[in-house]
Design a protein around this ligand. Structure first.
Ligand code: HEM
Ligand code: HEM
Length: 393
């Protein structure tokens, strides 16, 4: 006998995935619209990836279930064109439920910023394997981001049609179609609530103890000669900080010794150049145990790499302030990094404050440290700086 309603497993998956997808669309549009300087942007992206991958795996399970089980028949009185439209919508949904998160996964797999994905800070998720040979990673990232956005918009369109049809069945036709997708009993709703409780707890774990944040955009960097700056930095009144998080508690550290060589004229940004050399051995945080580990080979490896450098490749003005793309070299790792900064020039005096977000493992910081040493230390490290300088004669 053919059942009059969807099996509880199908219904539980339908409502769980539907709620997740609607949340993903709203969350995706919201996070995308945030300025890069937003302190929650990075975390929202990581949660978006975690929830989105959950959709992918639940959808694959749901498709497997669908292909191996009967579904209730549509009402005999339903016009043929509506039945065809319903089937087309349903299969298009199955395709979108899988392709949309795959496109999202492709964005992060090909992105030059190469931010690792960890499902709710718990389970490492590798990048998709197909993109090793891609040369222009930035263009590929852009392409997948566009596809991801278009697929999400097609979901929105179909959802309007789908919900409209569901409501018509419930309130106009008053047939059994809407009920057929409602879970049979309260236990099934509890299962949906259970999935959300687990995902909610995982999000909370990520935000508190898990690995948090970040990195900025990219630009293939070229090495250029050191600039002969037109500003003299007032080191007494300048500072370079790094902010990390251990077991959910933020800590602040400082590099006591650094040198900045700056060529900067707001009217000639094409000629701007920022070169910063940092003494890795001058890092301290005030915590004796942590500070005793910092110079070691797993962290700054001061003996072999006494200096880290940042060299700008492109300085431009932004909505509020300026942005400098460049290359940061720490130990053997050379990666694109973007600084964002505000600048006030008053006569011959300049005052700049800014920041950059990094993922420490991109610079081999603490990557292979023992579990005990690095457990709970967030991947995200924020670098903040304040520079005062006077114009050279
Ligand atoms: C993005 C969110 C959603 C997706 C991806 C989605 C997807 C689907 C799919 C693929 C089916 C076909 C089931 C199958 O044959 O295995 C289905 C059926 C159904 N959906 Fe949704 N759905 C979503 C949201 C909703 C919402 C919000 C409602 C109600 C307001 C709803 C009501 C229904 C109903 C009543 C059926 C049964 C229709 C039938 O048997 O022909 N869906 N949905
Ligand atoms: C069904 C699941 C998903 C839906 C419905 C969804 C939806 C969205 C939406 C609506 C946006 C905003 C698009 C824009 O305004 O440009 C977005 C952005 C994004 N999504 Fe997803 N997403 C899903 C899964 C994923 C997954 C699994 C990943 C990665 C593993 C991911 C990674 C991203 C990234 C990196 C962006 C930002 C793109 C940019 O800033 O240009 N998404 N997503």
């Amino acid at each position: 006998m053919i059942a009059a309603r969807y099996h509880s497993v199908a219904a539980i998956l339908h409502w769980t995935i539907a709620a997740l997808i609607i949340g993903q669309i709203m969350g995706g549009l919201y996070m995308h619209g945030l300025p890069n300087s937003s302190p929650i942007k990075f975390d929202l992206y990581q949660l978006h990836k975690s929830f989105g991958l959950t959709v992918l795996f639940l959808s694959l399970g749901r498709l497997g279930w669908r292909l191996s089980h009967e579904t209730p028949p549509l009402p005999a009185v339903m016009p043929g064109w509506q039945k065809i439209l319903a089937r087309l919508t349903h299969w298009a949904f199955y395709a979108l439920m899988i392709l949309t998160p795959l496109a999202g996964w492709a964005i992060v797999s090909v992105s030059p910023t190469d931010i690792p994905t960890k499902w709710f800070g718990l389970v490492p998720v590798p990048h998709l394997p197909f993109f090793g040979g891609v040369e222009d990673r930035q263009a590929a990232e852009q392409l997948f981001a566009e596809q991801h956005e278009v697929l999400a918009k097609i979901i929105i369109g179909l959802l309007i049609l789908h919900v409209g049809a569901a409501l018509k069945h419930a309130f106009v036709d008053k047939d059994n179609v809407f009920q057929s997708m409602l879970p049979e009993n309260r236990r099934a709703w509890l299962a949906v609530a259970g999935v959300f409780a687990v995902l909610g707890a995982a999000s909370l774990f990520y935000l508190t103890a898990g690995q948090a944040p970040s990195s900025a955009s990219s630009n293939k960097a070229s090495t250029q000669d050191a600039a002969a700056g037109n500003w003299v930095v007032d080191y007494e009144n300048s500072a370079l900080f790094f902010i990390g998080s251990e077991n959910g508690n933020e800590f602040r550290g400082e590099f006591e010794t650094f040198e900045a060589d700056i060529v900067f004229d707001p009217d000639n940004l094409d000629g701007a150049k920022i070169l910063v050399t940092v003494s890795t051995g001058s890092a301290w945080t005030g915590d004796p145990l942590r500070d005793s580990n910092l110079p070691g080979s797993e962290w700054f490896d001061v003996k072999n790499h006494p200096q880290a450098t940042f060299e700008s490749t492109d300085v431009r003005s932004a909505e509020d302030g300026y942005v400098a793309d460049g290359t940061l070299v720490i130990k053997d790792a050379e990666r694109p990094v973007t600084l964002e900064f505000d600048l006030n020039i008053d006569g011959d005096e300049a005052h700049a404050t800014g920041h950059a977000n990094l993922v420490r493992t991109n610079f081999n910081l603490g990557e292979n440290a023992s579990w005990l040493e690095q457990e709970g230390i967030a991947l995200k490290v924020r670098v903040e700086f304040e520079i005062k300088a006077v114009r050279k004669d």
